[in-house]
Design a protein around this ligand. Sequence first.
Ligand SMILES: [Zn+2]
Length: 269
Amino acid sequence: MKRRSAEMVTETLLTAQDPDPVERLVADGARIILSCDHASNRVPRNLARLGLGDEALGRHIGWDIGAAAVTRRLASALGAAAVLAGYSRLVIDCNRDPDDSSSIPAVSDDIVIPGNRTLSAAARRARRAAVFAPYHAALTGLIDAALGRGVVPALISIHSFTPALGGTARPWHVGILWDGDGRIASPLLAALRGDAALVVGDNEPYSARRPAGYTMRHHALERGLPHVAIEIRQDGIADDAGAAMWAERLATVLRPILSDGTLYRLWQK
Ligand SMILES: [Zn+2]
């Protein structure tokens, strides 16, 4: 009986009124795949906004402000496929191991998340099945399809970060996160640093080495795909004009890197 009740919770988390847990941008034959783990601040209707108001859900704790707009525009500019998560990271963080305690945070940046305070194991499984699993299945499906065509795809993950943390300003306009395989990260760092107006972080404001986020680790590092994670400071992409400018800037520096056919190989340490 216990098992059956867990399955029922899984089946009922998303209702017919809730949008799909994954937004897919299709590009036939694409060898570049973009991922946006924190694209949306949406919450399934059955979770009653997790007990939060618009202000809290609209903040960075709910999503990566501006990241979805950059991802959609960059996918278009590069002819890339893209997968964007459909629900807030407060429902379940698609860039954390679902077995990690931070996967469904009860507190985020000092804000208590009422809907996450006391969760049963079944409720956790329901979120994983309804939100986390389909997002990662979409990425796995795109990667497997490319490999099936004989193409080793490149994975580029788009995130955004807050201008300040704990009262300390973050100077970087953009940060490049990577660990070991620098085939995209190294030339991308060099290209961005060619613009004297930009402060470019190398594994800042977060390090991909302690450890890498779940998406990069699971889909790229473990499978040997060329990859990079790009963090853009939110104040640069908070409106559509900023997102458009950053998508164009990134497309310009990424195009020569991604046009090198030798990139699309499994990584040999
Ligand atoms: Zn993020």
